[in-house]
Design a protein around this ligand. Structure first.
Ligand code: ATP
Ligand code: MG
Length: 565
């Protein structure tokens, strides 16, 4: 493509509304333009990269034995009523009705549609397993669209749905998708971790999220520094610190007027926060839950909710509930004689000696408290991990970092097939619900995440696999016929070799051309300047600063080598 024929939409200024580097760069490099909140139009450079990512995904899905489908984005409400999700999906769903007042939605996801396809086409175990995927536009009226296409209201998703006859089959389908996802993100030039996610009732390895480390990520992730372990904060098990063994001392009640917070207690008792246990009271659907954790720890609400078997509303208890459960003002709760519906003791607290807790009496604390002797409760893991915890797999150090979720794989089981009657006839003649899995990749979010990991102060540094064009040929002076001719010849030759090449034949200063090439992030730049009279051109890769004088006759083989790298 000749740049003089292209609609160039690069911006010099950083758009005010964009905080995230990828958001700023996608706008500045002219990859996309905002049309409304969370709704974007893709420009020529942007759509080329988006299509390349789609094709990498397509190849990996096909390799894994999945078949491409394309479902409609408009879905009748009827299907969602069958699964029971029409009423629970909430305001994230874009709803509409036709001229006859029939209700529809713009699909936010397609479990219902693919379960419907499966129930009308899969009859026998002989047809299984099947994995169907599509690359299609999704609609979600997000509460807070932000960070450009990271969280938008219209986005492209690859979603796949697997159908198996039993759990073993599902495991195989799931593992194939897992491997395909690893390949996709690697081929896109990203460093990505598969993170064990909390899958609630599913348990075990029922779900994994593919996370890209980024300070702007919305999720907190635990990464092991030595092995490949990674987990969501909600899921990551803590490894308790062993307190030094002591002889049990006798329990004492100490008057602590107006000493309520851990900071105040540390000052009052002149000891470390590791010598205190705090008792937090939660309200879970009207039931009181007391959770005892070490003074310097934070409670993990997901672990607590899982321990009580799930809760719809879960929040800190109000003053009234605290008073009812502890008989005291807020600030003096403790596990001795507490009247809560659930009493949970973090395992770290159960192994501490002679510590300090609230006395369930306004203005008092107990010292020399010991679990087992002085109080009881259900012992378990109820706290958030910290950077001082160790890897539950290999025991080495961990890092807590923020991450962006680019993909998600999930074992659904019979959730949709049972409610929608998607069954098959098994070998023994019995009728059984299909065992399902679902697998999603956010294509636009992946594009933004690639930029998050591949950019510098001058712009995007596209990995070759997803670059909108591979090479840009830049003649220095549009007035020098020798330069323009050599540049155009090189451009034509590269094109004939199937290399995606741009010719910057605009009537612009070289500085402007270089800035645009860097901003858009074309991997290879060949500059044709004065040296051409001796047959020399300048060769430069976007990813480093080195400039090389090379013979024009050798530049093509040099470019071709870059593809092998
Ligand atoms: P999130 O927690 O970020 O809202 P999700 O759990 O709702 O994600 P899924 O329903 O699993 O996401 O969708 C599959 C993939 O689609 C996600 O991994 C993500 O890459 C992408 N995705 C989801 N919502 C959006 C959005 N609003 N904008 C862009 N991509 C999205
Ligand atoms: Mg979401």
């Amino acid at each position: 493509m000749k740049l003089s024929n292209m609609l160039m939409t690069t911006l010099r200024e950083v758009p005010a509304e964009a905080e995230l580097p990828s958001h700023q760069l996608m706008l500045r490099a002219g990859l996309m333009r905002k049309m409304a909140s969370g709704i974007y139009n893709y420009m020529p450079f942007g759509i080329r990269t988006l299509k390349k990512i789609e094709n990498i995904i397509r190849e990996e899905m096909d390799n894994a034995g999945a078949q491409e489908f394309l479902a409609s984005a408009v879905i009748p409400a009827e299907l969602w009523r069958e699964s029971g999700r029409w009423d629970v999906f909430g305001p994230e769903m874009f709803r509409l009705s036709d001229r006859n007042n029939r209700e529809f939605c713009l699909g936010p996801t397609h479990e219902e549609v693919f379960t419907d396809i499966a129930r009308s086409t899969i009859k026998s175990y002989k047809q299984l397993p099947v994995n169907l995927y599509q690359i299609q536009t999704k609609y979600r009226d997000e509460r807070r669209p932000r960070f450009g296409v990271m969280r938008s209201r219209e986005f492209v998703m690859k979603d796949a749905y697997s159908f198996d006859m039993n759990e073993e089959g599902l495991d195989i389908s799931y593992n194939k998708m897992y491997e395909a996802y690893v390949n996709v993100f690697q081929r896109c030039g990203m460093t990505c971790s598969a993170v064990e996610a909390d899958s609630g009732a599913m348990g075990g390895s029922g779900s994994a999220e593919f996370m890209v480390k980024s300070e702007f990520g919305e999720d907190e992730v635990v990464f092991c520094n030595s092995c490949n372990y990674a987990a969501n904060m909600e899921k990551a098990p803590s490894t308790s610190e062993k307190a030094e063994e002591e002889e049990f001392k006798s329990l004492e009640e100490v008057e602590t007027p107006n000493v309520k917070t851990i900071e105040q207690l540390i000052g009052f008792f002149k000891t470390s926060s590791k010598k205190f246990a705090k008792t937090l009271i939660f309200n879970a659907d009207g039931k009181s839950v007391a959770v005892v954790i070490r003074g310097d720890r934070e409670a993990n609400e997901v672990k607590i909710v899982n321990a009580i078997g799930g809760a719809v509303n879960f929040e800190m208890a109000d003053e009234d509930m605290v008073k009812k459960v502890t008989n005291a003002e807020v600030g003096f709760a403790g596990p001795i004689n507490i009247k809560a519906d659930f009493v949970f003791i973090d395992e770290e607290v159960a192994s501490m000696y002679n510590f300090i807790i609230g006395a369930n009496k306004t203005g008092y604390h107990y010292t020399n408290v010991n679990y087992g002797r002085d109080f009881s409760g259900q012992v378990g893991d109820f706290r958030k991990v910290t950077a001082e915890d160790t890897c539950p797999k290999c025991g080495e150090k961990i890092t807590i970092a923020r991450g962006i979720e680019v993909g998600h794989i999930f074992k659904l089981g019979t959730k949709y097939s049972a409610s929608m009657g998607a069954t098959f006839t098994d070998e023994d003649g019995s009728n059984k619900p299909l065992i399902m899995g679902c697998y999603g990749i956010g294509v636009n979010r992946t594009m933004a995440a690639i930029i998050e990991q591949n950019h510098d102060e001058n712009g995007i540094i596209w990995p070759m696999s997803v670059a909108p064009y591979h090479v840009v040929v830049v003649p220095i002076s549009d007035k020098k016929q020798e330069q323009m001719e050599a540049a155009e010849n090189l451009y034509n030759e590269l094109k004939s070799l199937g290399i995606e090449v741009l010719l910057d034949d605009r009537k612009e200063r070289p500085g402007v051309k270089f800035k645009d090439a860097d901003l858009i992030g074309i991997p290879i730049r060949v500059t044709v300047g004065k040296g051409i009279s001796e047959g020399l051109v300048e060769y430069k890769l976007r990813r480093n600063q080195n400039k090389e004088e090379v013979l024009l006759s050798q530049v093509i083989s040099k470019i071709q080598e870059e593809f092998k790298a």
